[in-house]
Design a protein around this ligand. Structure first.
Ligand SMILES: Cc1cc2nc3c(=O)[nH]c(=O)nc-3n(C[C@H](O)[C@H](O)[C@H](O)COP(=O)(O)OP(=O)(O)OC[C@H]3O[C@@H](n4cnc5c(N)ncnc54)[C@H](O)[C@@H]3O)c2cc1C
Length: 356
């Protein structure tokens, strides 16, 4: 009798999603987000490691097991309303969930895996390089999204990198990324550590829901380090599409030697159909240097010039601490969460801290 009482039900379970006609079958090991995406249901997501909160869904009925602490990502109201992170929860019974702003028409995006070969590796700064990969077939994506790279014999698990160039009609056969060297990092130490041209790898994508939403609101872009890559792609695509919104782009770097893509930003400024301002902000530039620009943290300049942030839509990419500070400030200044779009460049050290 006790055996029966305490036996855990391993499924399969039915996952019902409000607004979706048929339930999906899930087991007790697959994250709800993965199961939904595999079934073509486009739950918004970004980091997939429980670090951003984009994939939150409301649990209406049923039991789940959650793998990371969500309390610091969700508001007290959301916790009270039973929101969970779908990228970190697995089913323990039949479930019903609701997804805010679920757009079923967005489900057409196809994620595919391509084989590729590194064709060029070129330094952009002392610790960021440009990685160019030729693919065996076209890969479609939206400007701002990322791909998952796997290099047999170097990294068993994929690493995510944001596309640094804009998408071509019919898909890209050549894809470009900006890869910053992370001390102790398996992939980036390898990539930065020798001649890697000719290496075979796989590129799976696209991933993420960081792209420019159609709107007239002025844009505030914030990036740091290799977070430049998706913003560059997004802004270049916006130029091609003739976007006419005002745009301020704050770019955080340590010193002048960490700045890059200045020529590309100047070109965007020239072609942008509205007011465009690229504002580099240096946090560790020597006080006595010839740098004429802003010094400090980008967050100190969000409201520069009396900017009324509540009118803006934000697009941000880069290191998690910078984004966390910016998100908190923007929300405090009245930008609703739906108008703050971001990709945090989380790595294994952040994931380890989150699951500790
Ligand atoms: C959506 C997304 C987009 C991204 N886009 C970009 C991009 O465009 N450009 C870019 O440069 N980066 C990007 N990143 C980060 C990128 O995916 C990698 O995480 C990063 O390059 C590090 O990879 P690595 O293999 O060198 O390091 P890893 O081997 O993953 O290690 C990272 C760090 O964690 C430490 N570490 C490893 N294992 C553990 C452990 N168990 N416990 C504690 N610490 C550990 C390592 O010593 C190292 O310091 C993105 C990340 C995400 C989530």
């Amino acid at each position: 009798m006790f055996g029966k009482l305490f036996k855990r039900d391993n499924g399969p379970f039915k996952l019902r999603i409000e607004g979706v006609a048929e339930p999906i079958e899930v087991d007790n090991k697959t994250f709800l987000l993965t199961a939904a995406l595999d079934a073509g249901i486009p739950i918004p997501y970004s980091c997939r490691v429980g670090g951003c909160g984009t994939c939150k869904v409301r649990l209406l009925d049923g039991k789940v097991k959650e793998y990371t602490d969500k309390t610091y990502l969700l508001t007290p109201e959301q916790l009270q309303q039973n929101y969970i992170l779908s990228c970190q929860a697995v089913a323990r019974s039949d479930l019903s969930i609701a997804v805010d702003d679920l757009d079923l028409t967005a489900s057409a995006e196809e994620r595919i895996t391509r084989s590729g070969r590194i064709s060029a590796v070129a330094p952009l700064t002392h610790d960021i390089l440009q990685l160019t990969i030729e693919l065996d077939g076209p890969l479609s994506y939206r400007a701002g999204q990322y791909a998952d790279l796997t290099v047999p014999g170097v990294i068993a698990e994929h690493r995510s990198y944001s596309f640094a160039g804009r998408p071509e009609p019919g898909g890209n056969r050549r894809v470009v990324f900006h890869v910053r060297k992370v001390p102790g990092g398996a992939f980036t130490e390898w990539l930065h550590g020798g001649a890697r041209e000719g290496t075979e790898l796989t590129v799976a994508g696209p991933g993420g829901d960081f792209w420019l939403r159609p709107n007239d609101a002025p844009m505030l872009c914030v990036a740091g380090g290799s977070g430049m890559a998706p913003l560059k792609a997004l802004l270049e695509q916006a130029v091609v599409e003739g976007v006419q919104r005002d745009c301020t782009y704050l770019y955080g770097a340590r010193t002048q030697q960490d700045l890059y893509c200045e020529a590309e930003m100047a070109q965007i400024a020239e072609q942008w159909q509205g007011r465009f301002e690229f504002v580099p902000v240096l946090s560790e530039e020597p006080e006595d240097s010839d740098w004429p620009g802003r010094r400090g943290l980008v967050t100190a300049f969000l409201q520069e010039g009396g900017r009324n942030l509540s009118e803006y839509h934000a697009y941000m990419c880069g290191p998690p601490p910078m984004l966390d500070a910016a998100i908190a400030e923007l929300q405090a200044q009245g930008i609703g969460p739906a108008n703050i779009h971001f990709d945090k460049f989380l790595d294994k050290s952040h994931a380890a801290r989150l699951s500790a």
